[in-house]
Ligand binder design. Sequence first.
Ligand code: NAI
Length: 339
Amino acid sequence: MTAPRIHTITLIPGDGIGPEVTNAVLRILEATGVKFNWERFAAGADAFETQGEYIPAELYHSIEKNRVAMKGPVGTPIGGGFKSINVTLRKKFDLFANFRPVKSLPGLETKYPNIDLLIVRENTEGLYVGIEHEVVPGVVEAIKIITEKGSTRIAQFAFEYARKHGRKKIHAIHKANIMKLSDGLFIDCARKVGKDYPEVQYAEHIVDNTCMQLVMNPWQYDTLLLENLYGDIISDLCSAFVGGLGLVPGANLGTDCAIFEAVHGSAPDIAGKDLANPTALLQSAVLMLRHIDEHSAADRVQKAIETVYAEKKTLTRDVGGTAGTSQFADAVIAALPSA
Ligand code: NAI
């Protein structure tokens, strides 16, 4: 018998609800029997308090070495303070594709049944570069960077994924009527890439109209290709179709490195109360299991999640139940099909 593989993975539990949802997910992953060696690090305000750095050098080294990380949310101060840890890590490891599947869970009723949307968000450019300065008192300039290279590679990612996974249609979302050069370049690159994928339909919608179209009829969309800020905003909107931010997973993908994290933030309003829904991070962990070729464990965890939602007995408050974070994790563990 060959010894089981041990996956060494960088772990950032994060802050707010991060440690609670991370604990729940670690317990479920442990129950799958897959062997992990977690290298655990603080980041953000917690790391600064204890180590004097927002992102400790050892954390960078760990991700560089392992090429895979799982991350809980990390809070970012508003209107000042340190730069977003999330944005910094995405940039540092060139995790250019933010991959967010928004899919209804069988058994969880929402106003929008049978949703199956894929959000592909450019993750390193746009207004998120965070270059701002005061031109003169009372006038501030924020720079939006869009490059041909960045726009082409995210479009290639979306079309390649669609080809491999049989997705039918890609909508590039933009505001090129106003930002003619920057958003114009983004869609121009998408159009060019799309020519190599004749089997995938390509269309364009302006971002404000897209918000209305999504709320009226989200089923008209399949894959949304967006630059950074639009992708951020539309992700939260789309999460509402399937039950809210407690549900939707994400992966930050580069050419040789990946960080798996939920779409949601640190939810300070419910932190420390055993109220958070760990499903979003758990479904991110399912994406991670697939990334490290543990497909059977990924299938088993996904099946267990679906069983718990279908039974409706142990759901967290955000989706109409009364269970706590840890009770939900216990129910998923109990529902895990055997290996
Ligand atoms: P948020 O996503 O933390 O919370 C928005 C709403 O959704 C809140 O009502 C919250 O209670 C609820 N919610 C979020 N996740 C939930 C879960 N798992 N279960 C149940 N309810 C959940 O967004 P907010 O409040 O705008 O941001 C809080 C902090 O998180 C900010 O400092 C922000 O910068 C940070 N953030 C971090 C992210 C990351 O680490 N990737 C992503 C987004 C925000």
